[in-house]
Design a protein around this ligand. Sequence first.
Ligand code: ZN
Length: 201
Amino acid sequence: MLLPKPIRNLIDSFSRLPGIGPKTASRLTFYLLNAPENLSLDLADALQSLKSGTAYCQTCFNITDAGRENCEICTSEERDAKILCVVEDPLDVVALERTGGYQGRYHVLQGVLSPIEGISPEDLKIAELLERVRSGEVREIILATNPSLEGDATAMYLQQRLKPLDVIVTRLARGLPVGGDLEYADQNTLLRALAGRQEMD
Ligand SMILES: [Zn+2]
């Protein structure tokens, strides 16, 4: 091996990330090597506190600060506990919060159903969602999974599971780009999809 071990190590680590091939991994490594030292130190700091500084909200499973049992949205009196917006991941919460047009609370599934990737209902926070609905307060569930094959299939599955429970189930209106991702939708499109949500039957 021509390269010193620390360099090979970092290239290997970068290569294990999604979307980063060996070429990009090498480029990033040499960029850091030649950049001012505080860049790598800040990066190392951020990586170190990524896991230790965060936790999942035990109610909605959104990401929150370590040490908190429940996130800010779940504990806020100003948020309507009667409406739950069900999303795939925390970035979808960020996208919907950015619109400023939603006052309810959330439930983060932490993924979507995907037979190909072997992701079944037990791998998602579905049992927890049903439990939240059964415990009373919720009146409406907005299924805001992405308008993709998996997102639609997950919404259909959830609708079937929610049917026996006394709750209105709606789906975000069409108009979001099909196959697209909530987190990349612009705010107006997202607001329109939210306002135009329709009851599933
Ligand atoms: Zn929460």
